[in-house]
Design a protein. Structure first.
Length: 492
């Protein structure tokens, strides 16, 4: 399997195989149900969770509204602390900057701490093309890399693998990447973790260049923050002589006081912990302690385009906790690979089409990869109304209209294959705008309800093949209301 998502088919086609893979279904169901049950317990311990959620929403919205000011403040603080800030408009520029920085050190390899931004831009592939080998050090990312796979979950990228599969990957692939797996390796968690520790330790001690992401950036001090559970991130952040951090511009928060809110909500929503085992923070460089050179690459790559959409911009609040994935019935059945993005699940269904546009088959289909049940909104720690954004994006796909791409206002054409949907929506708009026609249609539907088919014809057969058509009532609501005055006759 390719390490990138280029050329992925539309979501329904990509999900078809996953839905019929019993092993994948068992792996996903077990993992997501376990995580969400623990999360519910951890969140239930806080009596002020709703207030924390609202505080997080307001902090993020305020920051996005003044993003230019806080990014400039961040640059000044990082520079004053001895770091160097680079601005990358897109993936190509970011990859070019990082590749040049690594080449300047003369090193042929880098170690990486988990960074979704580097996966988003395809940094590993860009480094490989330049003759530089990148080693993932997060345990789940290591599994994905050794298995020549792609991540399928934000928090647990190898969630689609069980212990037996991981053992087989370690046995067959570790030797080609460094220290081989121990003889007689079993699938017990302790042995798998020890095999990964031994494999990675020599890389940490040898590496001169580290590449990281960040969960947050504090504008007032220029501090970057990574939260993790294994300690591999701390090794990657402190041992190399040069540290390069690639971070999306939306990850900035104004102050340390704001950071405190997210250090409460993120661990409980992601790993169901009161706090992360490892919270690493670094501010520039310090003589004799940690990397001697620090570079921060601030990545746009479609984020300012998303910021221009008053409805869609709330996706930029995301703190990558993955709570929405663990409650989503579509993700649980389809898995993460079907989303064709490093950002799977409900948040990926609204974030990817905004970052990349809706021109490809996969991006045009993602807004429809949802039942609109709203469970994702209920668990989101920053109150992103994902169903609202999904409907907004569906309108954009079906109807086209104004949008911002690469900083320019453009007029999008409707996507192919949505003519019937457009016709149905326009017919509904016409009917709802004419009360007399709507009333006549409702009465006609009620009087002919015995003649209605149990399944829909043509393309609608796929929808009604798995669910019952709603029964048409014997009397329209308007007529019932007029006859009973809102039910008052029945109470006399």
């Amino acid at each position: 399997m390719s390490g990138t998502f280029v050329g992925m088919p539309a979501f329904p086609e990509a999900a078809r195989d996953a839905v019929h893979d019993p092993t994948l279904r068992v792996n996903l169901r077990h993992a997501t149900h376990t995580i969400r049950a623990k999360r519910a317990q951890a969140v239930g311990e806080l009596s002020d969770w709703a207030q924390l959620r609202e505080a997080g929403r307001r902090i993020k919205d305020h920051t996005l509204h003044h993003l230019d000011r806080y990014l400039e403040q961040l640059e000044e603080a990082v520079t004053a602390a001895g770091g160097t800030v680079h601005w990358a408009a897109d993936a190509e520029e970011a990859n070019r900057i990082v590749t040049a920085l690594v080449r300047a050190t003369g090193e042929p390899e880098v170690v990486k701490v988990k960074s979704m931004a580097t996966q988003e831009i395809g940094l590993n592939e860009a480094l490989a093309a330049a003759g530089i080998r990148a080693y993932e050090t997060d345990l789940a990312e290591l599994i994905v890399q050794l298995g020549r796979d792609r991540p399928s979950h934000i928090l647990v990228p190898a969630i689609h693998r069980n212990r037996g599969e991981i053992r087989d990957i370690f046995r067959s692939e570790m030797g080609a990447w460094g220290r081989p797996a121990p003889e007689g390796l079993t699938d017990t968690p302790a042995e798998l973790a020890e095999a990964a520790r031994l494999h990675l330790r020599e890389k940490f001690l040898r590496a001169k260049v580290g590449v990281s992401g960040a969960n947050f950036m504090v504008a007032e001090t220029g501090t970057l923050v990574v939260v993790e559970s294994e300690g591999n991130g701390r090794m990657c952040l402190t041992l190399p002589e040069t540290l390069i951090s690639v971070v999306g511009i939306e990850k900035v928060v104004p102050t340390w006081r704001d950071l405190e809110v997210f250090l409460q909500t993120l661990p409980r929503s992601s790993t169901a912990e009161r706090m992360n085992p490892y919270t690493s923070m670094w501010t520039g460089t310090t003589d004799g302690d940690g990397p001697r050179a620090f570079h921060l690459v601030l990545l746009d790559n479609g984020r300012t385009d998303a910021l221009a959409d008053q409805v869609g911009r709330q996706a930029l609040r995301c703190i990558r906790c993955s709570a929405c994935l663990n409650v989503c019935p579509v993700y649980e059945r389809a898995g993460g690979h079907a989303y064709g993005s490093v950002y799977p699940g409900p948040i990926g269904a609204i974030l990817s089409p905004q970052l990349r546009g809706t021109g490809s088959a996969i991006d045009a289909s993602l807004p429809y990869a949802s039942s609109l049940c709203g469970a994702c909104y209920e668990v989101c720690p920053v109150a992103i109304d994902i169903p609202e954004v999904l409907v907004r994006l569906r309108e954009r796909v079906a109807e086209g209209g104004p949008a911002v791409r690469q900083g320019n206002r453009v007029l999008l054409r409707p996507a192919k294959g949505h003519a019937a949907e457009r016709a149905a929506m326009r017919a509904a708009r016409w009917a709802f705008g004419r009360p007399g026609a709507l009333r006549a249609g409702q009465r006609l539907a009620s009087r002919t309800r015995r003649l209605h088919p149990r399944t829909l014809p043509g393309p609608g057969r796929a929808w009604s093949g798995a669910r019952d058509l709603p029964a048409v009532p014997a009397e329209p609501f308007r007529d019932w209301w007029q006859r009973t005055r809102g039910g008052q006759e029945g109470t006399r």
